[in-house]
Ligand binder design. Structure first.
Ligand code: ADP
Ligand code: ZN
Length: 731
């Protein structure tokens, strides 16, 4: 008999342990495959975590366990071979323990839909086959003229069955044993059709960074290169180096749709060796790409966060571009950060990890300074042009005001006009989408808020809808107030739609387009806008931070941050870092080629250091000042954080659970550990449950994690579930 430990597909905390089954079947059962298992009257998908062959029979085993067990056979097996190798399993275990996430949710995050251990995966695409006709004998004796024609066609090799000109001739030839039909695997993949291009020779400062990285004895190296210093070219050269030596390369980018450039560069350099893991891939394409990568047929993989799990057999280089960007962290469970996972993966597989950024995260920079990571920098730009520094416009000054505009200052308007006359392009960034940000009744004060989560609703003029940016709830724009039946609405705030409209009104001669996630929900529309802007068919591009990310627009003479204060109002220990990054990113978009670029930042808080230092592109000073703030506040990178949340249908229950947990943990007297809570969650959960949280900060979290899990688990049977975010970014 074989004793099998099976993880059940439900990621809930209550089921987060292996269940025991027995196996007796005609074929051998391997670990790390999926199985269909009966579970409390349901048929579910499980993942075989462990098998143990024993000499005992069923009766003995059941006697030993003290309960009866279900026996599985070969019909329960889903996969012929393991869906993950030992290295990725080890990585999954590490993620599960560090992030305190159930093992099965980690596996589900790692695998493509067709291979994921969940029931829905069984309906997903399998290997695609094509029927082909293969010649067996070219003997023409006894064939009809049509059959001879077919056989002559087959002389050149097999052809697809669907392309055979005559079905009856084919049947005849099969009957006469001249040919047969067989199945071959086909790959769902768009072929790369462009031309391969040679690499640029590296400039001296790029060459130095390249050599530093290769020579470093550290696994992880921080590459700090100002915007426009040509980091991509360094990545390409490094990739070439490792590929030539038989290694595989993993290239991670924050959002693949916003970085078509990176994909283009890699495809033009390496052609079909590249597998791109796009979010737009169909499930079939994703499945095929996954298997192609695992077979070793695609030694280079480019993708966003989840590509960090790409099953490359022999990784020797991982590059994480824009390492400071938040989208590397997954918001929902297992809440992993791709940077952290990449560090573990590189360590385990003895690969080099390059973290690239113009404005590294405080965590990475601090580790580089301490010598934990290797470090190299590029301070020059390929264009030879200095980094433009930004002019700050103090919106409080009367002289800044433009009579007929709410958001555009006089100096900004003058600059735009000047650039348009010189036929240069402008980028205007406003980090808030929609038209008005809130709507309220001017008579009684009724506020339109989301019925699901309590966030205020944003008006979108385009489709005349009120939308919740938090949970996606949508409703019609009201015609009267439900409380007082009046029709006087007060509309507050200002989003990209309104900015777009205002710019068109102020500069009627300019061609203006908008890019934010509303526009980007159509990939085609987004690509069009980016292409038109790059080809200078547009003069002004208005948008959210999307327009500040990694693009390379050569004709941009002005980039402006329309309201730098938006980010400052978002609470959380990282708000200054975010604003600083945004200002730097924005400035980096200007003057990348021949044009001398200029940048403007509009703010009501010109003295705020994130804005002031961002405008001067003074990363080092910002780093020092912000590190001091973090130290005083007991925040990362000086302390680790864990955010525990309880979810319950009853607000008081969640709150009581937090208080109990806090008291229990305090009894442990763990040094340097602090507890903040119960924290009110700003939004209600979408499924109607309430959330209360506890923020824990500390130095050594290992014992705390263990104790925390015990306490949190004890609430499950009371109907209170929990969510743990290790190293949360927003709190
Ligand atoms: P970064 O990502 O560091 O901001 P990019 O990688 O976008 O910078 O490079 C900026 C521009 O410089 C790109 O258009 C790129 O093609 C060009 N470039 C980079 N390295 C070289 C080089 N060695 N020779 C010529 N052009 C280069
Ligand atoms: Zn909502």
């Amino acid at each position: 008999m074989v004793i099998v430990s099976v993880l059940i597909e439900r990621g809930t905390r209550a089921l987060d342990n292996a269940f025991t089954y027995l196996y007796e079947g005609k074929i051998e059962l391997l670990p790390y495959v999926r199985v269909r298992v009966p579970f409390h009257g349901k048929n579910l998908i499980g993942f075989v975590e462990k098998i143990e062959k024993v000499d005992e029979n069923r009766e003995d085993i059941e006697k030993r366990f003290g309960f009866s067990l279900i026996v599985l056979n070969e019909k329960n097996i889903v996969d012929e071979s393991p869906i993950l190798d030992e290295k990725l399993i080890t990585l999954a275990r590490k993620i599960s323990s560090y992030y305190m996430a159930s093992f099965i949710t980690v596996l589900q995050a790692m695998l493509p839909p067709s291979l994921s251990p969940r029931s829905s995966s069984l309906k997903k695409p399998k290997i695609a086959y094509e029927r082909i006709v293969e010649p067996l004998s070219l003997e023409e004796e006894g064939l009809t003229p049509k059959q001879i024609e077919l056989m002559r066609l087959l002389q050149h090799g097999p052809i697809a069955a669907k392309r055979v000109p005559s079905v009856s001739a084919l049947k005849g030839c099969i009957d006469k044993k001249r040919c047969r039909i067989s199945l071959i695997e086909v790959e769902r993949k768009k072929k790369f059709e462009g031309e391969l291009e040679p690499s640029y020779p590296l400039l001296p400062f790029q060459q130095k960074a390249y050599e530093d990285i290769l020579a470093s004895d550290k696994n992880v190296i921080l590459l700090q290169g100002v915007t426009g210093s040509g980091k991509t070219e360094v990545y390409l050269h490094l990739s070439e180096y490792f590929l030539e030596r038989g290694g595989n390369v993993l290239m991670l980018v924050p959002e693949i749709n916003l970085t078509p450039r990176m994909v283009e560069y890699f495809e033009h350099r390496f052609g079909d060796k590249v597998a791109v893991l796009h979010s737009e891939l169909s499930d079939g394409e994703r499945y095929d790409a996954y298997r192609r990568i695992r077979r070793g047929d695609a030694p280079i993989v480019i993708g966003a966060r989840s590509a960090v799990f790409a099953p490359l057999p022999n990784i020797s280089l991982i590059i994480l571009d824009e390492e400071h960007v938040d989208s590397y962290k997954q918001e929902n469970a297992p809440h992993y950060h791709a940077r952290e996972v990449a560090i573990w993966r590189a360590e385990k597989e003895k690969a080099k990890l390059v973290l690239g950024s113009a404005t590294p995260s405080l965590e990475s920079k601090a580790r580089a300074l301490k010598g934990v990571y290797g470090y190299t920098e590029m301070k020059e730009r390929v264009s030879g042009k200095p980094l433009p520094s930004a002019t700050i416009i103090d919106m409080k000054l009367p002289s800044s005001r433009l009579k007929d505009s709410k958001k555009i200052s006089r100096p900004l308007a003058i600059k735009i006009k000047e650039k348009l006359e010189k036929k240069e392009q402008c980028l205007l960034l406003l980090n808030r989408r929609g038209y008005w940000v809130g709507v309220e009744c001017a008579t009684c004060g009724h506020l339109w808020i989301c019925p699901n989560c309590g966030a205020s609703l944003t008006f979108h003029k385009e489709d005349s809808l009120l939308k919740c940016h938090h949970c996606g709830h949508v409703e019609l724009y009201p015609s009267f107030c439900p409380d007082c039946h009046q029709k006087n609405f007060r509309r507050v705030g200002y989003g990209t739609e309104r900015l777009d409209e205002e710019i068109k009104r102020l500069f009627p001669e300019a061609k203006v387009a908008r890019l934010d996630s509303d526009v980007a929900s159509s990939k085609k529309r987004m690509e069009e806008v980016l292409k038109d802007f790059r080809e200078h068919k547009l003069d002004i591009l208005v948008g959210t931070q999307m327009i500040a990310k990694g693009h390379d627009f050569p004709d941009v003479g002005l980039s402006a941050l329309v309201d730098a204060d938006i980010g400052l109002m978002i609470p959380g220990y990282r708000s200054a870092e975010r604003v600083f990054n945004l200002v730097c990113q924005m400035i980096g978009r200007a003057g990348r080629a021949k044009i001398e670029g200029e940048a403007l930042v509009q703010t009501f808080n010109p003295r705020f250091s994130a804005i002031r230092l961002g405008a001067m592109q003074d990363y080092e000073t910002f780093f020092r000042e912000e590190m001091r703030v973090r130290k005083e506040g007991g925040n990362p990178p000086y302390r680790y954080l864990i955010l525990l949340s309880y979810l319950s249908k009853h607000l008081e229950k969640a709150e009581e659970a937090i208080i109990f947990t806090k008291e229990e943990l305090e009894k442990e007297q763990i040094p340097f550990t602090r507890y903040l809570g119960p924290i009110e969650s700003f939004y209600k959960e979408v499924d109607g449950r309430y959330r209360k949280s506890l923020l824990i900060s500390g130095k050594d979290m290992s014992y705390l994690k263990k104790r925390l899990k015990e306490i949190a688990d004890s609430f499950i049977k009371l109907g209170i579930t929990y969510d743990i975010d290790v190293d949360p970014l927003d709190c």
